[in-house]
Design a binder for this molecule. Structure first.
Ligand SMILES: *Cc1c(COP(=O)(O)O)cnc(C)c1O
Length: 474
């Protein structure tokens, strides 16, 4: 979408500032483009968490991920308190850490009472190292290795079983810990199935339709239930389904509530009394003005009402209700600051403005054709006068961060902030072209703390090995 340039500061970077909070309740972070603490200071610079973005770049380098603690905590609380308000049973919100897994982010989620959903051995390791209690960690994945399963069993987290191979592997697993005691604790599992629900999102991030690589097909479930009832080593506590990501409709989650409660009832009838239901994540966030996701509160209410009504209709007690949002917890809490470098004008066609990062720190545009918005952090009030293409610095013509970026005139050294980069940016980052991955800082109340160090050239060659005969000097 091309922005029509208006006159005046109304059409400047300021238009992305969050709605003032004095008069109304706290906004839902997933409905804002900039973090909740964003302001413009007297130097006309963008300030987040009380820190001037241009000063942060001077201090920590560029590009830089800037994570606003208050926005992340607000989203955690809106989910957590929303369930307390709208759901009469017990509930547990899990942070889907694949959105951004690192020690500090897991520790913030933990301190807000959230559990963590992990999808690999190292995401599990990270959550454990961040002090998350294993009974609040849920391990997903459609092809977990035996090593990963062993680590999961030894750490006593819950394993969300995806398929027959995994189920049989777990049933037969005897770990070091369990070979000695007389009666080892059974392995706590949940079962993931594909609920057969369509939703409107990019096909790569759709997971709930029947033709998906994730989870048991519903027609396998009765057999799976019967198998588990015969396994003293396995304790099945519940069912899980996740329908996709960046979803703006509430209807699919309402439908999912009906489907999952139906299987909840069936499991009990077939001799497998489960107590937990996990309805996944998937709530979308606003990346552009035209995106219109529901608030966290509305999503929580829809899910809670859906589960409650379905349980009442079937006259079954309310399960412990779990959900596992990723993007809507952290997506809007972070921005990426870049420094402007070269500009290329192709007359009558396009102007390319290049920055010092690109597809290595944000692979979403090239992977999903995702659209972002940007502002000049050091001139927030300057009117927008041009539409340019914001290019990354990688050797790839497709390395375009924003195809049509509406900006004031830019100069080398300007600091551009791309918004809503908290989810699936750092976690999907690569070292393509041997670019060191950026640093990340956590900001709040005027302080900035490093949470990820910038990689160095040494870091990047650390795993390189060279046979003696090829070594330098030979
Ligand atoms: C990706 C994923 C999530 C999180 O999705 P978001 O869209 O980031 O909320 C939750 N659960 C499962 C199983 C997932 O694969």
């Amino acid at each position: 979408m091309l922005l029509t340039p208006n006159v005046g500061v109304q059409n400047s970077g300021r238009k992305y500032l969050p709605t003032p909070t004095e008069t109304q309740e706290t906004p839902s972070p997933n409905q804002e483009l900039l973090p909740l603490t964003s302001k413009v200071n007297s130097q006309d610079c963008l300030e987040i968490g009380g820190c001037d973005v241009t000063t942060l770049v001077q201090q920590f380098g560029s590009p830089l991920y800037i994570l606003d603690e208050e926005t992340l905590r607000t989203a955690c609380r809106q989910y957590r308190d929303g369930f307390k308000r709208h759901y009469a049973g017990s509930s547990q919100v899990l942070y889907a850490s694949k959105a951004w897994s690192c020690l500090a982010v897991c520790a913030i989620a933990r301190s807000e009472g959230l559990g963590i959903d992990v999808v690999s051995g190292c995401e599990l390791y990270t959550a454990l190292k961040a002090g998350v209690s294993p009974d609040k960690i849920y391990f997903h994945g459609n092809n977990k290795s035996v090593e990963e399963l062993t680590l999961a069993v030894e750490s006593r987290c819950t394993i969300v079983v995806d398929n027959w191979l995994e189920l049989k592997t777990l049933a037969g697993l005897r770990t070091k810990q369990e070979s000695s005691p007389q009666s080892p604790a059974p392995i706590r599992i949940m079962l993931r199935f594909t609920p057969g629900i369509e939703c409107h999102t990019h096909e790569y991030i759709r997971t709930g339709h029947l033709d998906s690589k994730f989870g048991f097909d519903p027609n396998q479930l009765e057999e799976v239930f019967a198998f588990i009832t015969q396994q003293p080593n396995l304790h099945c506590i519940g069912l899980h389904a996740h329908i996709g990501s960046q979803i703006f409709e509430l209807q699919p989650h309402e439908d999912l509530a009906g489907v999952i409660v139906q299987w909840f009832g069936k499991a009990a009838k077939l001799g497998l009394p489960v107590t937990e239901l996990n309805i996944g994540g998937g709530l979308g966030i606003r990346y552009t003005e035209s995106d219109d996701p529901p608030s966290i509160e509305d999503w929580v209410k829809t899910v809670s009402d859906g589960i409650t009504q379905a349980c009442q209709a079937q006259q079954i007690p309310l399960p412990k209700l779990l959900c596992e949002p990723g993007r809507s917890l952290i997506g809007s809490a972070c921005v990426t600051a870049y420094t402007v470098g070269s500009t290329k004008v192709v007359p009558d066609i396009r102007t390319y403005v290049s920055v010092d990062g690109g597809m290595s720190d944000n692979p979403r545009p090239i992977t999903y054709q995702s659209i972002y918005r940007t502002v000049v952090a050091n001139r927030m009030s300057e009117p927008i006068t041009q539409t340019v293409t914001l290019a990354g610095k990688h050797c790839e013509s497709g390395d375009i961060l924003i195809k049509e970026a509406a900006l004031p005139k830019t100069e080398p050294g300007d600091i551009l902030v791309v918004m809503d980069t908290g989810a699936y940016n750092y976690s999907m980052a690569s070292n393509y072209n041997r670019l060191p991955r950026p640093a990340a800082v956590l900001v709040g109340q005027g302080e900035a703390n490093l949470i990820l160090q910038r990689e160095t050239y040494q870091d990047l060659i650390r795993q390189d090995c060279i046979p003696d005969r090829l070594a330098f000097g030979n």
